[in-house]
Design a protein around this ligand. Structure first.
Ligand SMILES: *Cc1c(COP(=O)(O)O)cnc(C)c1O
Length: 468
């Protein structure tokens, strides 16, 4: 979050810029410098600012891609100037985006009998926003046709309490009640026993998550689809499912093709995924697809001219660089189905190794193992009596360069403090071994540090969070 600094004391840029006429001249930090500087110096100043940034390869906190091949980055650098929205100047670019949507439609089993439709976005947040708006407008149309009194109650969206913040934003922006199905220790994903109790005629849709950001767990979409099907048979107010597959959308189709979660399920009408998570592209790129264009109300489709013809657009953002779309297409061609599968299986193997080692330390209980996504989420064993907390362990790992967040689970599971390791393609087995060695050393240090009393530390620090 960026706050104004206007009233703060001016701190000029203080590092010396050797061998230039600017050596003695400080640059202001929070005002525009009056005169420009040479490119070499500008570049140096910016690079200096970034030297003590975290090391992306040791960042086990993010789902976002931190490595791409040099050929991909070169291609992306070359295409930075292409404006993705300018479909008349760049028709080939438009064709590439179109191919990507088709490739993804195929991966997610869009039916040939229906006309799927989709778009690239900046990420899953924009994609979820679009899917949410489509659900809201479709519901309005249905409600109007059925003569429902829309002034009586706000429309609502049903989702597990493990939702990502983009859904809170969507509901706030569009004045929709976010109906959380609480997670508890027995139900660490959408609770299938109670979910339908939250649905009424004002429900615009149910969101299933593949997987939950806090833990990596999947919602059971197959069961949800069956419950929704039963509801729709019995009720005159049908409800449909959107799948937030930000991370699973580019993982499951390759590694676990047997799990039905996508358009194979009748009531799943739209899906989003982040190209910059397991789609292996640098941020930011996302995708959203609807199984049939009838689920995307027409007033959400805007036409732009395209080589004298018309081309539909539905994304929220207008101008942006096409380089991420190019990066996605490069990856699709470069890796193919087998390549994605191999990369993800390798990452999964690394996750299984880390899980095994974590268990063998004897300190941790797994909240989510590597059975699906290569994301590990664990707590300190309840019965274990150590003078440190997971927060202390995060701090010690940080000293060794590793970013491994510790945070309380979602709202009503605040007392469940977890630590999470997200394995990505650039975490090789060698690095994983080093991570485990560093983890064991950290634990040893913490066990031997008599100065810290863990229980007091927790009381004093309280719990602190992690921005997902
Ligand atoms: C990461 C994530 C998002 C947000 O995705 P961005 O691509 O970062 O905008 C939404 N939902 C889930 C489940 C996520 O994991």
């Amino acid at each position: 979050m960026l706050y104004g600094k206007k009233n703060q004391e001016e701190n000029p840029y203080l590092d010396p810029i050797f061998g230039s006429s600017l050596e003695g001249d400080p640059l202001p930090k929070y005002r525009l410098n009056q005169k420009g500087v040479e490119p070499r110096i500008a570049s140096r100043v910016v690079q200096d600012q970034l030297v003590d940034e975290g090391n992306a390869r040791q960042n086990l906190a993010t789902f976002c891609q931190t490595y791409m091949e040099p050929e991909a980055t070169e291609l992306m650098a070359q295409t930075l100037s292409i404006n993705a929205i300018d479909k008349s100047e760049y028709p080939r670019m438009t064709e590439i985006e179109n191919r990507c949507v088709n490739i993804i439609g195929d991966l997610w089993h869009a039916s040939e009998k229906e006309e799927f439709i989709g778009t690239s976005t900046v990420g899953s947040s924009e994609a979820c926003m679009l899917a949410g708006i489509a659900m809201k407008f479709s519901w309005q149309q249905r409600a109007e046709a059925q003569g429902l009194d829309r002034t009586k109650q706000r429309p609502n969206l049903v989702i597990s309490s493990g939702y990502q913040v983009c859904w809170e934003k969507f509901c706030t922006y569009w004045d929709i009640e976010l109906r959380e199905v609480p997670m508890d220790k027995e139900h660490l994903s959408l609770n299938m026993d109670t979910v339908m109790d939250y649905v009424d005629e004002y429900t615009i849709g149910i969101v299933g998550i593949m997987g939950i950001t806090y833990s990596g767990r999947y919602d059971d979409l197959k069961t949800l689809d069956a419950l929704v099907e039963k509801h729709n048979q019995e009720s005159e107010f049908p409800v449909y499912i959107h799948v937030d597959a930000a991370s699973g959308g580019f993982y499951t189709p390759f590694v676990e093709p047997e799990i039905p979660w996508d358009f194979r399920l009748k009531n799943v009408i739209s899906i989003n995924a982040s190209g910059h998570k397991y789609g292996l592209v640098y941020p930011g790129i996302g995708w959203v697809l609807w199984r049939d264009k009838k689920y995307l109300p027409e007033k959400l489709i805007f036409n732009v001219s395209y080589l004298g013809g018309e081309l539909p657009t539905m994304a929220i953002n207008f101008s942006r660089s096409a380089s991420q779309i190019i990066g996605q297409y490069y990856n699709f061609i470069r890796f193919g189905f087998d390549g994605y599968k191999e990369i993800h299986l390798r990452t999964h193997k690394v996750a299984m190794y880390i899980e095994k080692e974590l268990k063998e330390t004897g300190y941790f209980t797994m909240v989510n193992g590597a059975e699906h996504l290569p994301v590990l989420c664990y707590t300190l064993k309840e019965e274990i009596d150590v003078p440190w907390t997971l927060y202390d362990l995060s701090d010690h790992l940080r000293m060794r360069g590793w970013q491994v967040p510790t945070y309380p689970m979602s709202k009503n599971l605040q007392d469940l403090i977890v630590q999470r390791v997200v394995c990505r393609a650039d975490l090789g087995m060698n690095e994983a071994i080093e991570f485990i060695n560093d983890l064991k050393d950290s634990i040893k240090e913490l066990n031997e540090a008599h100065l810290v009393d863990g229980s007091d530390v927790v009381k004093k620090k309280g719990t602190y969070g992690f921005t997902h």
